[in-house]
Design a protein. Structure first.
Length: 419
């Protein structure tokens, strides 16, 4: 407690008294101080936002550098006279990362056959402000030749009002070498397949001779067989027929692959051709007790008759093979710019997972045991090859367990459809 009661009483009275009038200058000073405090708080908030933005930018730069390093890439900035690069591109050239990279230095390291192309592409990109894209070879300091891929985008922002190109460069040597190896292997395989196909096509007569001899002997034995020999002869005849059909498909595919098939387009009555195919296969339909019908209006198209007949025969035969009950309908209808030959069936249909393989060679849907009596899976592959050579489009639609429809779309650029 204070030892001076009077002093204490005066202090209490002063605190309880109303405030004295404050001069106008003091009020203005307080207002300015308050505004300064508000600005200080705003600056502190902006500084915090800048700090957070800087941290995010640094993190993005670190992630970008990591991504570029993982992808064996480097970024660069190209301006009309000088260029800048990051350490990744500099490392490509084996130069110190703090040395600015000039165009003439970079171009001198590019393989001499690609140098002019890269320089022209860069100048065109700068002149017309277009994206820059180039694949070229570069000689590394150790003397090895590498393939690089460079991409850039024009940016109008640059020093002294000049634009620049912002880009990235990637070493794609591994990809190029792998692609070259795969291409060489593919060419080698295709050449081997072509040689094999030409051999089979050229040797078709020799390969058929043993079957012709067996067929002759079979006919001799089948003239007056004993009763107990008939079942064996019937099975022998069926087996020979299957073997002859298989050989015929193999030889035909070989001829198509080898390019030895010469197509001769001519005016072909599609209606008559379909009628002939249906007549040839009617015994097969009768044996399976299914219906085979055809709608064959007169439509004449300019196409190789033998090729079209083979395509139609294979499609109808395939439909009969996979139809156990119901029937097969073959029809012709016109559509703008083309004539459609359609083969409808009520067969087993095609599962969605099998649709992409339906025209592959040796692919079969319902023959896991590879029963030779059901063919070897070349019928639709032959159709695909013939369509490619004749310009006919083949397509299909199917529902598993319900049936399928196969369509041949024959162009009508040169055709006659009588009234």
């Amino acid at each position: 407690m204070s030892k001076n009661p009077d002093l204490r009483r005066r202090a209490v009275a002063r605190a309880a008294a109303p405030p004295e009038a404050v001069p106008e200058e003091a009020s203005e000073l307080r207002r300015l101080v308050h505004e300064l405090q508000v600005h200080q708080i705003e600056l502190e908030m902006q500084n915090e936002q800048l700090r957070q933005t800087e941290e995010a930018l640094l993190e993005s730069e670190r992630l970008l550098a990591l991504a570029l390093h993982s992808a064996n890439m480097g970024s660069w900035i190209s301006m009309p006279e000088t260029g800048k690069t990051d350490t990744t591109v500099m490392r490509y050239l084996g130069m110190p990362s703090d040395v600015p990279l000039k165009h003439d230095i970079a171009l001198s390291d590019i393989y001499y056959e690609d140098r002019a192309f890269v320089a022209d592409a860069l100048q065109q990109s700068m002149a017309y402000r277009e994206p820059f894209n180039a694949r070229f070879r570069m000689v590394y300091p150790d003397g090895r030749l590498h393939w690089l891929s460079a991409r850039g985008e024009w940016s109008p922002e640059g020093p002294n009002g000049h634009g620049r190109i912002l880009g990235v460069t990637q070493d794609i040597t591994g990809e190029v070498e792998l692609l070259a190896a795969l291409t060489a292997a593919k060419d080698e395989a295709e050449q081997a397949a072509l040689v094999q196909s030409r051999f089979f096509a050229a040797a078709s007569h020799d390969l058929r001779q043993p079957f012709q001899a067996m067929r002759l002997f079979f006919e001799v034995l089948n003239q007056s067989p004993a009763e107990h020999q008939r079942p064996a002869l019937e099975r022998l005849g069926t087996s020979m027929k299957s073997a002859e059909d298989l050989l015929g498909e193999l030889l035909e595919m070989s001829r198509l692959r080898s390019g030895m098939v010469q197509l001769v387009p001519a005016a072909t009555n599609i209606g008559e051709l379909i009628a002939e195919v249906v007549s040839d296969l009617s015994l097969v339909a009768d044996a399976k007790r299914i219906v085979l019908k055809a709608f064959t209006p007169t439509v004449v198209a300019f196409i190789d008759k033998s090729a079209l007949r083979r395509m139609c025969f294979n499609l109808v035969s395939n439909a009969l093979k996979f139809t156990k009950e119901g029937g097969v309908l073959v029809g012709i209808r016109r559509r703008a710019g083309e004539v459609l030959v359609e083969v409808w069936d009520t067969g087993i249909g095609i599962e969605p997972g099998q649709a992409s393989h339906i025209f592959d060679e040796f692919f079969q849907i319902d023959n896991p045991a590879r029963d030779g009596d059901k063919g070897i899976g070349l019928g639709l592959a032959i159709v695909k090859h013939l369509c490619k050579q004749t310009g006919v489009q083949v397509s299909f639609a199917s529902r598993a367990g319900r049936g399928s429809v196969f369509r041949l779309a024959i162009p009508t650029d040169i055709n006659v459809i009588p009234d």
